[in-house]
Ligand binder design. Sequence first.
Ligand code: F6R
Length: 261
Amino acid sequence: MEVVIVADVASGASQVAHVVADLVSRQPGAVLGLATGSSVEPVYADLARRHRSGELSFGTVRAFLLDEYIGLPDGHPASYRQVITRQVVGPLGMSPEQVMAPDSMSGDIGPACRSYDEQIAAAGGIDLQLLGIGTDGHIGFNEPGSSLGSRTRVKTLTDRTRVDNARFFGGQVASVPRHVMTQGVATILQARHLILTAWGTGKADAVAACVEGPITASVPASALQMHPHATVVLDPDAATGLLRRSYYEEVFAAKPAWQGL
Ligand code: F6R
């Protein structure tokens, strides 16, 4: 796992966007895995800027959403399909058909979950998966206790996550759905490159547990330690709980530029 501590959110977002841009320019049919939320929004904004400047085309890229709420009416502005339409599909000049989302409205949710994993496999797997981390250590919506071998399935959000996400529902915790459909931890680990971004002191404990704690289902993000190519990009506030912080900084400073992330 590589830990990169950046000067600020803008610089972190730009470095992650550079990785996406580099992948898409080398491999125009690349498959991206898209998270939703404050951790990835600045990355999408940076990519949108690059697309507007003509630097980058997403015309043949495919993408898979990481997760989706269950029970929101079609077109609800907080549904992850809608968020990605606003932040990625439109700004990056993609068509909605290029982006797959968990079919969380399916009346037959079990097969819909299995089918999502099959669709990812049929696309050749995810080349680059963007991730945020929950304050309770979740990735996707794999809450603490999630099997590290889990596949796409239905999960129940913790109260803490519902409180954290109430800001996307006008501050109303009661409006945040209890259930979600999420890629499993094992599904996420199959992506060829994982980049997790975290900003702010609110994420510091979860980041420390993810990076330096034991690998445990109690902190699903700790499964990243088992991945051969996982990159954790942090602003200084999100890095405050790390014991080996100065070592990560030393390693990154000494890294040859050609290696990239
Ligand atoms: C969203 C997702 C979640 C978020 C996490 C952090 O698709 O899968 O794991 O990444 O809850 O959310 P933010 O970035 O809003 O703090």
